[in-house]
Design a protein. Structure first.
Length: 749
């Protein structure tokens, strides 16, 4: 008996009453990078060379190399759109190569909201130079002036005689684009864009949906060994001794390696490495200890300050405060948080032919080369790092540590390929943290409630990044092998401490705490999220003190037309009804509702964001439920509207989690937040409805969208809680205990 699948499904449905739904996924687009295998040969990577960025193939397609990486943000797709337009190629004929230090230029790390604005602009200029060179070559080939030529889909033709044409592939045959990037090469105008400004499906999604995509964790090399690094629970504890006799009995055990305080076991299988790690008997010394968590913010303020600097100064704020008829003060605190990546970090490394190659999910592959070099004792030119997608980070989490671990182990054992997989406990407890933040505010109001003076003090971690070139990242393998590194790897944390409102007298001071007590590194929207939370909560407090609607209060103090536009758009989307005081219709039962607004311009220089959060607060349990968030977002020319909207939505969801529940806990020696029970994050059923309005500005510079929205969310939620309850929350996260403690102090109007 023969039967088709259609017959089988029909008979099954008739017999069981079940509905079976099938679907087809189209093949991934040509812009999807090939699965990793043998790495291509090294090539020129200097930023002033076109061939560092662009290579035209024999078929006229383009391979575009960028030093930035796609951390799941969709930049592989957006950058391909930008390159396609500058090269006059269809999007499908552009393939992106990202983050391979052997074939891509060093464009600084992927961070600071700069992938599109800085990395994309550098790439566009190289592509524009390449296009101009191709037109010149076509001019010589066809015997007509370049001005009379037109490039369409990789073919250059004479405008007056389209039959006379030559393809890109023919123009580069035997003569690659070996020329300098022309800083004056004209870029396409917005009206000429074919790919930019249109929603383009992400090129990586089809293979991720089907399971064919190679993540860092999937990568394998022939003969690869599996390693687990053994580290103490107590932060900074030294290794005293170990006994690996039980580990040697584990099936698949290969060897133990030690260098200083660095200790690891290797096995032929992942499970063997896990069992061997658990069988090790290790003695650790005492760590330096940690401050009491209950008083951590006071402790943070008491630590040595390396420097103080004025972030913003307008007029004489102190004199204006002294003369103000009314003064308002507040203090805000923001906790230590961790990346909590859904998948623990992983890396693979091997030594071959005198060169160390590392496959890593690091967002800073070029910087990582110089950070790993002293650990393994190799010059940077003998180290190559190839990027593979990891489990996400939005900051430097454990990816760099796992990479250094694998690199050190392979050099210690003679070069065999080694895979290091961190555990959940490693990722939660041992990866770098965002440093705490504590902030003081004082403002003076006139008789009409207008701000006449604004003063603020921020206790922030010391900047360890200079001129956009990171110093050595504080890798665990470095300190464990006797190479101390600074405990902070954070920079520009003063950004958004200054404000964008037109107050007549402003004084903002930042105090740079010399050393954090945890290894510190960037976490999404570093510094800006904490500073914006405090600024925008205090603005709300001033609006209440002035008896004004909080949205209208912001508008009357703002002079930037684009800032005003995002606030008005967020108000419109949320159906904002201006009123002073707390919500008179919050409700009379246990659950009350309110709405709050927040606004910022990222770094006070680029992307504009306004957000309105709507919350339900249970006055009996203290639980906050964020029900809806409306965001208006202006990042200039939008490259990929769907991708940009995705980033805004992700920024909202992640930051609702950070605002309501995320904080690292510890005792006197060790981190206690080691899993999802001890470091809870937002669950699917707790995700709010997110509504996004993108304000597209064709022709304006394209700014980033990955970080700004997050900065607006904590204050919007806190202000909404105040609107619902009259209780002001001045410390993140807004846990039920905090809410219950604040309710008795709630304002009555």
């Amino acid at each position: 008996m023969t039967s088709t699948r259609r017959d089988f499904l029909a008979r099954t449905a008739a017999a069981t009453g079940a509905l079976v739904v099938g679907f087809h996924l189209p093949a991934a687009r040509a812009a999807t990078p090939p699965a990793p295998g043998a790495l291509p040969a090294r090539k020129p990577v200097a930023k002033d060379l076109v061939e560092s960025f662009v290579a035209i193939g024999p078929d006229g397609s383009a391979t575009v190399h960028v030093g930035k990486v796609d951390l799941g943000t969709g930049t592989r797709t957006a950058l391909a759109q930008m390159a396609a337009d500058e090269l006059d190629l269809p999007f499908e004929r552009v393939t992106m190569v990202m983050g391979d230090t052997g074939t891509t230029p060093d464009q600084w790390m992927t961070g600071a909201n700069l992938t599109i604005a800085q990395g994309g602009t550098e790439m566009r200029r190289a592509c524009a130079t390449a296009r101009a060179a191709l037109l010149q070559r076509a001019s010589a080939r066809l015997g007509v002036p370049a001005a009379s030529l037109l490039a369409v889909d990789g073919v250059v033709h004479v405008q007056a005689d389209p039959a006379r044409r030559v393809g890109y592939g023919e123009l580069v045959r035997g003569e690659p684009l070996a020329l300098k990037v022309d800083a004056q090469a004209p870029l396409k105008k917005a009206a000429e864009y074919k790919a930019v400004g249109r929603s383009q499906p992400r090129v990586d999604i089809p293979a991720k949906v089907t399971g064919e995509f190679t993540y860092m964790h999937d990568f394998r090399l022939t003969g690869m060994l599996h390693a687990r690094v053994i580290r103490p629970d107590a932060v900074g504890a030294p290794l005293q001794s170990f006994d690996d006799s039980a580990a040697k009995k584990v099936k698949g055990y290969v060897r133990t390696v030690r260098k200083g305080d660095f200790l690891a076991v290797l096995a032929t299988t992942e499970w063997g490495a896990v069992k061997a790690m658990r069988a090790m008997q290790v003695q650790w010394g005492a760590g330096p200890g940690l401050p009491a968590q209950a008083t951590v913010f006071d402790h943070w303020r008491s630590r040595p300050v390396a420097k103080q600097e004025a972030t913003q100064k307008v007029g004489d704020a102190r004199a204006a405060l002294a003369a103000a008829p009314r003064r308002v003060t507040a203090r805000y605190d923001f906790p230590v948080q961790t990346h909590a990546s859904l998948g623990p970090s992983c890396a693979v490394a091997q030594m071959q032919g005198g060169e160390l190659t590392i496959w890593s999910a690091s967002q800073a592959t070029h910087s990582l080369v110089t950070e790993v070099a002293p650990i393994v004792g190799l010059p940077p030119e003998k180290i190559r790092i190839a990027y593979l997608d990891g489990a996400g980070c939005y900051g430097r989490n454990g990816h760099e540590d796992a990479s250094a671990d694998a690199a050190l182990i392979t050099t210690l054992i003679g070069g065999a390929p080694v895979r290091v997989q961190w555990t959940r406990e490693d990722e939660m407890a041992r990866s770098p943290k965002s440093p705490p933040r504590s902030m003081d505010f004082e403002a003076g109001l006139d008789a009409e409630g207008n701000v006449v003076a604004w003063r603020s003090d921020f206790w922030i971690a010391l900047n360890h990044i200079v001129a956009f070139k990171p110093l050595d990242f504080p890798l665990l393998a470095a300190s464990e092998t006797g190479q101390p590194r600074p405990g902070n790897w954070v920079g520009f944390l003063f950004q958004n401490s200054g404000i964008g409102y037109g107050f007549p007298a402003i004084e903002v001071n930042t105090r740079h705490v010399e050393q954090a007590f945890f290894r510190s590194a960037h976490l999404r929207s570093p510094g800006r999220i904490e500073n914006s939370y405090a600024n925008e909560t205090f603005v709300d407090e001033l609006a209440h003190a002035a008896g004004a609607d909080p949205a209208e209060y912001r508008l009357r103090a703002l002079k930037d037309a684009r800032g005003i536009a995002v606030i008005r758009q967020a108000m419109a989307r949320a159906g904002w009804q201006p009123r002073a005081g707390t919500n008179p219709q919050a409700g009379a039962g246990d659950v009350v509702r309110g709405r709050g607004i927040s606004y910022l311009r990222y770094n006070n220089a680029i992307t504009y964001v306004a957000a309105v959060a709507e919350v339900a607060v249970n006055r009996r349990t203290g639980e906050i439920r964020v029900e809806r968030v409306c965001v208006a977002h202006d990042c200039g020319q939008v490259v990929n509207p769907d991708g940009t909207r995705n980033q805004v939505e992700g920024g909202v969801i992640q930051t609702v989690s950070r605002t309501l529940m995320e904080q690292v806990t510890w005792d006197s020696q060790q981190v206690l937040s080691k899993d999802w029970a001890s470091y809870p994050i937002l669950r699917h059923h707790e995700v709010p409805k997110v509504m996004v309005d993108l304000i597209d500005r064709p022709g304006e510079p394209s700014w980033g969208a990955g970080e700004p929205t997050a900065c607006a969310i904590p204050a919007a939620i806190g202000n909404a809680v105040f609107d619902a309850t009259g209780a002001r929350l001045r410390r993140v996260p807004f846990t039920p205990d905090q809410v219950l403690a604040a309710l008795p102090k709630a304002a009555t109007a």
